[in-house]
Design a protein around this ligand. Structure first.
Ligand code: CA
Length: 505
C-alpha cells in the first residue's frame, strides 16, 4: 500500500505527509485528515491539549498554543518554541558507537592529488586569492582571460578560481574577531585543490597586508602581485597572466594517484531544507558519512544555529570532555553573537523552510543533525580552522549556505555534499559540490541540476542504506574526477562570502 505519512519515533504525536493529503483521507484506520494537508507538513496523530507537547523525532519540537485535534494540520503558527537545551554540564560520551558497527565502506580507495603539505586535492585548480575586494574586478577579468587564453595549453588543470571575498579593507583589522576572516583567507590560499601554488593579488594600500596571511618566506614576487605597482591595464594584465602561466606549468604536472580514504576530507551542509530533509536526504548522507568515517576519512559538519537545539545529542557523541567543552564553547559564542544582534536561533528558518513544513528551528535542527550520521565526534573547530584529527568533526560556522561553504573550504574540505528540499543551484568553484534532494518531486523538477534524489526513502521504495551507499559512491567518483556534479558542469558557483563577525569601519 502507498505510504501516506512518515512517523519517525514511537512516541511522536505528529507525522509528516508524504504527499498532499486531501480533507477526509484516512491515513490509518482511525485517523482522518480534518483538512487538506500539504506535502511535507505535519498531521496530528492524536488529540493534543492546549500547552501540550508536540513531539517529532522523539523530541518536543514545541508546545501547542491551542488544543489540536487528531487529524488536524499542525503548522508553524500552532507551536510555541521550547527553551534551547542548557550548555552547562552536558553529558558526554554516553552515545559512542563502535567503529565496527558503522557501515563498512563499499570502496576503500579514491584517486586524488597528493600535496607536498600532506593534504590531498580532489581537483587541480589555479587559485587566485585577493587580499581585498578592491582587486576583485581585475582578478575576475584576469581569471576569464586565463581560462580562455592559457588553460587550453594546460589540459591537466581543471579550472581557475578567483577567490574574491568581501574582506580586506574598510574593516577593523585589529578587532578581536578579525582573526576569523583573516584565518579564512590564510587557509583558502592553501586549499588542497590549489596544489601548493600561491597566487595572491593585492591592491597596495589595504589593511590586510601580505604578512597577515602569508609567512615571510612566501612573500615573494613569485607569489604576490600588487596592482598599484603597475602602469595601467595592459601592464597589470600582462603581469597577472605571466604569473599565472608560471603556476599553470607546475600545476599541469600534477597527477592523480590512488589514495586511502583517510586522505579524504569532505564537508556536509544543507540549504533550503524541508520536513523531508530529516527523513530522507540528511539520514542518507549521514549513512554515507558513517561509511567514510569507518574508512578513515574526515567528515565536517557545521551550521551552529541548526544544531543548537540538538546539542545535548551531539554532546553524547563527543569522545571526551575536552571535545564536549569545545562544543559548548562554540555554541555559547554563537548564542552571544545572536543576542548582540537582538535575535535568537529561531531567526534561522526561512519562508521556504516553513512552506516545506518545518515549523521552527527545533524541528529543523533535528533534521539537520541527521547529516552527521552516528559516529563519535572527535574534534570541534572554530570557524575556518584546520582539523588536526581524522573522523567526524564539528566545524563551527553559520548555517547560511554561502558562508558555511567558504568556511568549510577554509578548513580544507575537498568536496561538499549539499542537501536540499526546496532546491538551490548552490555550488563552489574551489571544490565540487554534490547536491542531494529530499523529495522525488524536486528531482523531477530540477532533473538536470540535482545529482541524487533521496526521495525514495520517504516513499518507502528505498532504504537509507541503499541511498546512503549511492551517495558514498558518488562522493568517491566526484573526488576522483570520474564524475562531474551538475554545479561544476554548468559553473554554478557562489561567491566566497567568508565569515566576518568583526566590525566594518
Ligand atoms: Ca546551510
Amino acid at each position: 500500500m502507498e505510504r501516506l505519512y512518515v512517523k519517525i519515533a514511537e512516541r511522536d504525536n505528529v507525522a509528516v505527509a508524504v504527499r498532499d493529503l486531501s480533507e477526509g483521507t484516512w491515513i490509518t484506520e482511525d485517523i482522518q485528515c480534518r483538512q487538506d494537508i500539504p506535502q511535507a507538513h505535519k498531521v496530528a496523530l492524536c488529540d493534543i491539549a492546549s500547552g501540550g507537547e508536540v513531539i517529532r523525532y522523539g523530541v518536543v519540537i514545541g508546545y501547542a498554543v491551542r488544543g489540536i485535534a487528531k487529524g488536524e494540520w499542525v503548522n508553524e503558527h500552532m507551536l510555541k518554541l521550547p527553551q534551547s537545551p542548557s550548555l552547562d554540564d552536558m553529558e558526554y560520551g554516553t552515545n559512542i558507537v563502535e567503529m565496527e558497527s558503522l557501515p563498512k565502506p563499499v570502496r576503500t580507495v579514491w584517486r586524488g592529488y597528493r600535496n607536498a603539505a600532506g593534504s590531498a586535492g580532489t581537483k587541480n585548480i589555479l587559485g587566485i586569492v585577493t587580499t581585498v575586494q578592491c582587486a576583485a574586478g581585475v582578478v575576475r577579468a584576469a581569471a576569464e582571460r586565463i581560462r580562455r587564453e592559457l588553460l587550453p595549453k594546460y589540459p591537466n588543470v581543471d579550472d581557475v578560481a578567483a577567490v574574491t571575498h568581501p574582506y580586506g579593507c574598510g574593516v577593523a583589522i585589529n578587532a578581536p574577531l578579525a582573526h576569523i576572516p583573516i584565518r579564512s583567507i590564510r587557509n583558502l590560499i592553501r586549499h588542497p585543490n590549489f596544489g601548493g601554488e600561491i597566487m595572491v593579488i593585492g591592491l597596495g594600500c589595504e589593511k590586510l597586508t601580505y604578512d597577515k596571511i602569508l609567512p615571510e618566506e612566501d612573500i615573494t614576487p613569485e607569489n604576490v602581485l600588487t596592482l598599484q605597482e603597475y602602469a595601467g591595464h595592459d601592464a597589470m594584465m600582462h603581469a597577472i597572466l605571466e604569473m599565472a602561466e608560471r603556476k599553470l606549468k607546475r600545476l599541469n604536472q600534477r597527477e592523480r594517484e590512488e589514495l586511502p580514504l583517510s586522505e579524504l576530507v569532505i564537508g556536509m551542509q544543507c540549504g533550503g531544507s524541508d520536513a523531508f530533509s530529516g527523513i530522507s536526504a540528511n539520514p542518507s548522507v549521514g549513512y554515507a558519512a558513517d561509511m567514510l568515517v569507518r574508512g578513515g576519512a574526515s567528515v565536517l559538519f557545521s551550521e551552529v544555529t541548526e544544531v543548537r537545539d540538538g546539542v545535548h545529542m551531539l554532546a553524547a557523541r563527543c569522545k571526551d570532555k575536552e571535545v564536549r567543552d569545545r562544543l559548548a564553547e562554540e555554541m555559547r559564542w554563537y548564542d552571544n553573537y545572536l543576542e548582540e544582534g537582538g535575535v535568537d536561533r529561531d531567526a534561522n528558518p526561512t519562508p521556504g523552510n516553513k512552506q516545506g513544513g518545518l515549523a521552527n528551528i527545533v524541528e529543523k535542527a533535528m533534521g539537520s543533525i541527521a547529516k552527521s550520521g552516528s559516529s563519535p565526534i572527535v574534534e570541534v573547530l572554530s570557524p575556518a580552522e584546520l582539523p588536526s584529527k581524522k573522523g567526524l568533526i564539528f566545524a563551527a560556522a553559520p548555517a547560511s549556505d554561502i558562508v558555511c561553504g567558504p568556511s568549510q573550504a577554509a578548513s580544507g574540505i575537498g568536496l561538499q555534499v549539499f542537501m536540499t528540499g526546496r532546491g538551490t543551484p548552490y555550488g563552489l568553484d574551489i571544490c565540487p559540490v554534490i547536491k542531494i534532494c529530499s523529495r522525488n518531486e524536486m528531482k523531477d523538477h530540477w532533473f538536470d541540476m540535482i545529482d541524487i534524489s533521496a526521495g525514495d526513502v520517504a516513499t518507502g521504495k528505498a532504504t537509507i542504506a541503499e541511498v546512503g551507499t549511492e551517495i558514498f559512491e558518488m562522493i568517491l567518483d566526484v573526488a576522483s574526477g570520474v564524475h562531474v556534479p551538475y554545479s561544476d558542469l554548468y559553473g554554478f558557483h557562489n561567491d566566497m562570502c567568508i565569515f566576518n563577525p568583526a566590525p566594518i569601519t
